[in-house]
Design a protein around this ligand. Structure first.
Ligand code: IMP
Ligand code: MG
Length: 179
């Protein structure tokens, strides 16, 4: 049985306006990079839903939004180390510019799984990976995002899409547990 975290136990790590400013800047970088070329965004549910909807509002190129669902986390604080493809149905991405949007890179196993999956199934025009958060100390595979908004330490965070046992995704900020 998981302990419920109350909002009083949460400390703010990244405030709402800091998130929004950084996402806007990332949007501008992506607009510069892709110019007016068509872009296929692949958002990894459920964690990256908030980040994706806020990011794409800044993007100006013709944009095709897609959602896939993976799971690697069990129901606690540590990754199961095994990535499950829950729903990975995608359009034909051959010859397309593809941008994968993730909430956080932790062990890197999910990112590696996705990048390998894309290379195996499609010959894309370009493939980039962006993550809201980059938890670098906990990496198990050698992988770096092409773009990220914030680097964080080895702490379990919730909010703005990120969950603990399915809860806290609705918070407009990133919080962490005081331990
Ligand atoms: P990976 O270990 O890099 O494969 O991370 C996979 C997934 O674990 C992420 O996409 C998140 O959904 C989840 N995750 C990793 N760290 C955290 C965290 O601190 N809080 C909530 N979810 C996390
Ligand atoms: Mg995720």
């Amino acid at each position: 049985m998981l302990e419920m975290i109350t909002e009083q136990d949460l400390k703010v790590l990244i405030k709402e306006d800091e998130l929004q400013n950084s996402i806007k800047q990332l949007g501008e970088k992506l607009n510069d990079f892709y110019k007016n070329e068509e872009l296929y965004v692949i958002s990894v549910l459920k964690g990256s839903v908030m980040f994706t909807v806020d990011l794409v509002k800044h993007l100006k190129m013709p944009l095709n939004m897609n959602f896939i669902r993976l799971s690697s986390y069990g129901s606690g604080f540590t990754s199961s180390g095994k990535v499950n493809a829950v729903d990975i149905s995608l359009p034909d991405l051959n010859g397309k510019n593809v941008l994968i949007v993730e909430d956080i890179i932790d062990t890197g196993l999910t990112a590696k799984f996705l990048i390998d999956f894309m290379h195996l199934n499609f010959k894309t025009k370009s493939l980039k990976f962006c993550s809201l958060l980059d938890k670098r100390e906990t990496r198990k595979v050698d992988i770096e995002p092409d773009y990220y908004c914030f680097r964080i330490g080895n702490q379990f965070v919730v909010g703005y899409g990120l969950d603990y046992d399915g809860f806290y995704r609705n918070l407009p900020y990133i919080g962490y547990l005081e331990t």
